[in-house]
Ligand binder design. Sequence first.
Ligand code: PLP
Length: 383
Amino acid sequence: MPERTIYFDHAATTALDIRVLDAMLPYFTTEYGNASSIYTLGRHAMQAIDSAREQVAEVLGCRPTEITFTGCGSESDNLAIKGIAYTAQKKGNHLITSPIEHHAVLHTCQYLERFGFQTTYLPVDAYGMVNPDDVGRSITDQTILVSIMYANNEVGTIEPVAEIGRICRARKVPFHIDAVQAGGSLPLRVADLNADLLSLSAHKFYGPKGVGMLYARQGVRLLPQLQGGSQERGRRAGTENVAGIVGAAAALCLAQEELPRVSPRISALRDRLVTGILAIPRSRLTGHPTERLQNNASFCFAGVEGESILLNLDLLGIAASTGSACTSGSVDPSHVLIAMGLPPEWSHGSLRLTLGKENTNADVDTLLSALPGIIEKLRNLQG
Ligand code: PLP
């Protein structure tokens, strides 16, 4: 067994940054109060949450009261979409999204369709890009929400969200951005993005698992999806995960602070992966060639099964993904690649490598020396 996992799956999750862990630790042991309690220990917990909320608001350039802490990115997406849909159903029943969204968005829209809502799934081009003009053309007087992701979790394409947001604002339709994959890689100031709602998840940028954040612009009305106590100003019942919230805010600040330093290094590693891997016969890059996440290198190989590539890489201690983390293990080709129009011969053989700040040139060398042989072997096996 190799000594160290070479981890190329940062879009699935990341390790907790030790500095984030340090910030969280007191809230597991000495500062264990319930933020709803009025005595000192409780007030400390509430102060920690308040200050975390201020930190997140600072990064997003919004008011602290516009931030709700949730249990994950999926919950943020659910709260944004269902919260708006149920509030606005007297006004209309029409939602607009794209077919390449994460299932946290797609399945939420499909769920709402069972209760009389209708969804328009905008087409994407061969790079997985939504055309903002299509958004404008699809808005009707029944449209109550547009939800488009900032960057795609499988192929890394960065969507023209600011432009889409501008169109939505002009038509007075709320715009939700699923920014879960962008949290550690792209600017997040909500005013620049023309966002009314924006979802984040801490475990994608070296924060803890199980903590999400939802920005909802003041004035946007959301029906809470969890009933119970009045935590999070009544938007999300349940005793707050104080340590997690502290960690999420610390991780977000660190990620955004480190971006100018880390980003060029990660992009350079990604570019080496792309150049090296495209030398393999019958391989192609998936996603946009330039408008893509700095850490995403994703490919398809004709005549190979993605799962077999993963198993072979795993034997060498290399962790990667085919399709999104949530759909890997299933034999169906990814819904993202299908929507991008990739023929099945290609879409079955997808490989996603997503880099992080701990990856090195040596990691890239190891991958580049192993992969061509693996692909060749698998093609020979399949005859
Ligand atoms: N949205 C996108 C684009 C994602 O990539 C993910 C997770 O992979 C989610 C939402 C869901 O986030 P979480 O795992 O925190 O529920």
